[in-house]
Design a protein around this ligand. Structure first.
Ligand code: KE4
Length: 428
């Protein structure tokens, strides 16, 4: 038996489903997961020694590729001074200063340990600052696993068929209102039905947890004007798009300003980090300045800050990263489209910046309803064939492919060639 399979059998005895995060169990693709032993650049290796070109990139953090020397060195130096103090440190100040300089429209940042915690805290801030209790999210968007966000969530919640998690009290879920991504009328209707009660609208500026679905022209601008009119706050959940679409994330890329921005993934450089940020006036509602409480033992952990700071400094000093990863994704997406056409495969390839996602449907995918029309069995077959041929993709349809600064032209060309073979096989 392969070592992955052996490890999976052991893992299932002591970890629910054998994993620490559901999507990793490969249930949406109906096969046992590969256990990964190491990663470097654009590549990962499983415990059986097989090498893959990696398009999961740890679900987004590894924008520079794995094991980047600058980040590795920063972490190695930081650990020599100790792992955690539970006290203020200089790196926390430096990363917050850098973030407020790189990202428009934010004056203050609070560090936490995950994107989930960032969103949970941002929602509490919005409710605390407005005195209102209801929140609007979009069906199929995923914002981590805090109770009020596990209502018609995307990502592996949806792939696993449980977008409304057990254990979320009805009293909590009732305050989470559901709109449709790219449908401004569905948002305005909720405000009309709940006058003066909506604290905020939270949106993934690019929906990257239903596959990849970009905002239609005017959608984000429309959310901004509805929130202004209704006295609600607009939260951009940039856990994926932050520091990926541009230095300034989606606010810069689309030219739309949010009131609160949440971050994760890239700002940790591969270590556990999340953050939420906004104007000084808003952020000073947060304890110890104001009445909105939030705390955390390892928030701003010096080793995690060292990794995040090294990655953000590199991005700040090398703007060519953004043009390179976007061009790489252009090449990949166009190559996949040509392969689909040549095979008559009826596959849509969506792309925004360095985010790419195939949908196994002949119809354009510009909404959650469109994403749900994708043939999940076809995706599972595609995944297995790609994995067999050394291409490591998200083991679920409702995720994204991430192109990193480490993916070479050769890697992309090899990937396109494999996609061509696989699409032809699937079309037979
Ligand atoms: P974390 O708690 O996983 O750090 O962040 C939650 C989160 C919040 N907001 C957005 C837009 C996100 O995409 C995420 C987490 N993304 C998933 C991948 N779709 C993480 C992978 C997983 O759940 O294992």
């Amino acid at each position: 038996m392969e070592r992955s399979s052996e490890l999976f059998e052991r893992a299932k005895q002591v970890l629910p489903g054998g994993v620490n995060s559901p999507v990793r169990a490969y249930r949406a693709v109906g096969m046992p997961p590969r256990f990964i032993s190491k990663a470097d650049g654009a590549y990962i290796w499983d415990v059986d020694g097989k090498q893959y070109i990696d398009y999961v990139c740890s679900w987004g953090p590894m924008i520079l590729g794995h094991n980047h020397p600058v980040i590795r060195q920063a972490v190695q130096e930081a650990v020599m001074n100790g792992l955690s103090f539970g006290a203020p440190t200089q790196p926390e100040v430096e990363i917050a200063e850098l973030m407020t300089r790189m990202v428009p429209n934010i004056e203050m940042v609070r560090m936490v340990n995950s994107g989930t915690e960032a969103v949970m805290s941002a929602l509490r801030l919005a409710r605390g600052a407005t005195g209102r209790e209801k929140i609007i999210k979009f069906e199929g968007c995923y914002h981590g696993h805090s109770d009020c966000m596990l209502v018609k969530a995307g990502s592996s919640a949806m792939a696993g068929g449980c977008p409304d998690s057990a254990g979320v009290p009805a009293g909590t879920a009732k305050d989470t209102l559901m709109a449709q991504y790219n449908d401004l009328d569905s948002v305005q209707r909720l405000f009309d039905e709940n006058p003066g009660q909506v604290a905020c609208v939270i949106v993934e500026p690019v929906a990257a947890n239903m596959g990849v679905v970009g905002p239609q022209p005017g959608f984000l601008e429309g959310l901004r004007s509805i929130c202004d009119k209704e006295g609600a706050l607009l939260i951009f959940d940039e856990v994926i798009t932050g520091f990926r679409l541009a230095k300034g994330g989606a606010q810069e890329y689309f030219g739309v300003r949010a009131d609160i921005v949440t971050f994760g993934k890239i700002i940790g450089g591969g270590m556990p980090v999340g953050a939420y940020a906004g104007s000084r006036e808003l952020m000073e509602h947060v304890a110890p300045c104001g009445p909105v409480y939030q705390a955390g033992t390892l928030a701003g952990n010096p080793v995690a800050m060292a990794a995040g700071l090294a990655q953000l400094r590199y991005l700040d000093e090398h703007p060519e990263v953004y043009t390179t990863i976007a061009a790489g994704a252009d090449k990949l997406a166009n190559g996949m489209r040509q392969a689909a056409q040549a095979a008559g495969a009826g596959v849509q390839i969506n792309q925004v910046g360095s985010l790419v996602a195939p949908f196994f449907t002949p119809d354009t995918v510009a909404s959650f309803a469109g994403a749900k029309r994708s043939d999940l069995k076809k995706y599972a077959a595609y995944f297995a064939k790609m994995l067999e041929r050394g291409i490591y993709l998200a083991p679920a349809q409702f995720e994204a492919m991430f192109v990193s600064f480490a993916h070479t032209e050769e890697d992309l060309e090899k990937t396109i060639a494999v996609v061509k073979d696989v699409f032809e096989e699937l079309s037979r």
